[in-house]
Design a binder for this molecule. Structure first.
Ligand code: 4GX
Length: 216
């Protein structure tokens, strides 16, 4: 079961104008999220005594990855995502936080979309939450590489044809072709992934083939 609850941080202010930001000590541009409403919101969420993991979304966090999505999908405790706005959050909020996570090296206006990205990537791995999760085993990243090309009917579409190996019925040839295409794509756009991958002898042979055939 998936259950997402949204809490408006302004509901936890003591300020008559429901203000949640203030000027930074030391000066500088931009505003900072004040600690009071965040602490009060977390106190409120902790009232039921259930265990939970408190995650702060920020560009300073650990980069979110498929392996983190897999780990989160296996947790049975709850998650609280703290979504900040403005230039930052009062540093003392970090004393509440179990993990600081970033969805990528760019700056958004708030952490809400980052939380949705994480919720989306995690829930599709939870069995029974969103249909069948088997397709996720086969695809990009679970192989440790980018995905191979996919085709469906018709065999010819506007002059564009399906690679004959995919209709050959030879499963070994199909597997090798897919592996080689995945290696080729990954070498081209994400060579950093190849450097970290554990490559088999077959992978090394396929990479040699790619370099001898392609202008990569
Ligand atoms: N991946 N943002 C958070 C405000 C903020 C700044 C510092 C805490 C500390 C982002 C990202 C992201 C914009 C969310 C700044 N909060 N979050 N927000 N990239 O860009 O997760």
């Amino acid at each position: 079961m998936l259950d997402v609850k949204l809490h408006n941080i302004r509901d936890f202010t003591l300020d008559p104008h429901r203000k949640v930001d203030d000027y930074p000590y030391g000066g500088g541009a931009g505003m900072v999220f004040t600690p009071e409403p965040v602490f009060r919101a977390v106190d409120f969420l902790k009232e039921d005594g259930e265990p939970r993991k408190i995650v702060l979304l920020s560009p300073q966090g650990r980069p979110f990855s498929q392996s983190m999505a897999e780990a989160y999908s296996k947790e049975d405790e709850r998650f609280v995502f703290i979504c900040g706005r403005y230039e930052g959050i009062d540093e003392r909020v970090r004393t509440l936080v179990d993990e600081e996570v970033s969805i990528g090296d760019y700056v958004m206006t708030g952490g809400e979309l980052a939380a949705l990205v994480i919720i989306d990537a995690v829930t599709r791995l939870v069995p029974g939450v969103l249909g069948d999760d088997r397709s996720s085993e086969d695809e990009s990243f679970s192989w440790g590489l980018l995905d191979y090309p996919h085709y469906t009917r018709p065999r010819e579409f506007r002059g564009l044809t399906v690679p004959p190996v995919l209709v050959s019925g030879n499963h070994k040839d199909i597997w090798n072709w897919r592996r080689k295409q995945a290696l080729k794509k990954t070498l081209k756009v994400r060579p950093d992934i190849i450097e970290q991958a554990e490559l088999s002898d077959l992978d090394k042979k396929l990479i040699d083939e790619i370099y001898s055939e392609e202008d990569i």
